[in-house]
Design a protein around this ligand. Sequence first.
Ligand code: ASP
Length: 308
Amino acid sequence: MEQGFVLAIHGGAGVMPRADMTPERAEACHAALARVLRAGEDVLAAGGVALDAVTAAVTALEDEPLFNAGRGAVFTRGGTQEMDAAIMDGRDRRAGAVAGIAGVRNPVHLARAVMDHTSHVMMIGEGALAVARDANLTFEDDAYFFTQERWDSLRETLRMQAEGTLDDDPSRRHGTVGAVARDRAGNLAAATSTGGMTAKRAGRVGDSPLIGAGTFADSATCAVSATGDGEAFIRLSVAHEIDARIRLAGTPMEQAARQVVMSGLAAIGGSGGLIAVAADGSLALPFNCEGMYRGWSIEGESAQTAIY
Ligand code: ASP
């Protein structure tokens, strides 16, 4: 039976503290989120599948320099950019992921190429880049990915670390982008992409590309894309934990997502949030920090965007 489509996106839990947010910046973020929603909605409204909708939405998010993924990714402490991305198809649990890559314009395309063109799920390094070249993906030079704001955040973070005055400002520390969708046929999919955490060590991998931590989809239960302190999300297997509570305990998705973010994560000091859609089309966008750039669209209703 055909049902209405549902789409949710996030631009990360690394929001600017409310006190520092200018009306112009907030407006730019809302406009960017609305553009991204339209990219995903166009696919779903044309009868496309959830997998293609989350690919389109995350591509648009990666192209937005305001968010920490693709263009505008944060810097490692060595001044390089290392990106992680994953995608999962809830129809059959096929998945693709890449970690620590640089140079590919849209890391989510490479995650999808790993899923579509190899027998592997997760790839890194030169081997991952060879898959990108074989799939004719677009490469960009360092100047394309650079933003002054992220560079200044790195210098500021390193200075504060050296002085022992490092605070917890999420806008300086992190960010991520992601999308979850249910198409008209009821299929679910999820995708996530990130530059990781500012001043991370080279080689550090967060939760975003790990299936079951920052990204997960099974059309029988839920699709999830997370953002926040990656180490805590990995330790809790956040996305899989939500799936397990729905599948094994019969917990409604919204409740399961809320429990994991508000109780489980908070208990180990993990700050962040996630977006999730359930098989019945219900949505959850919980976060345990000041805000999370987010937007959602339910077929037949007007799309919404929010920051705090
Ligand atoms: N979860 C991401 C990571 O740990 C960062 C974030 O979402 O802020 O790489």
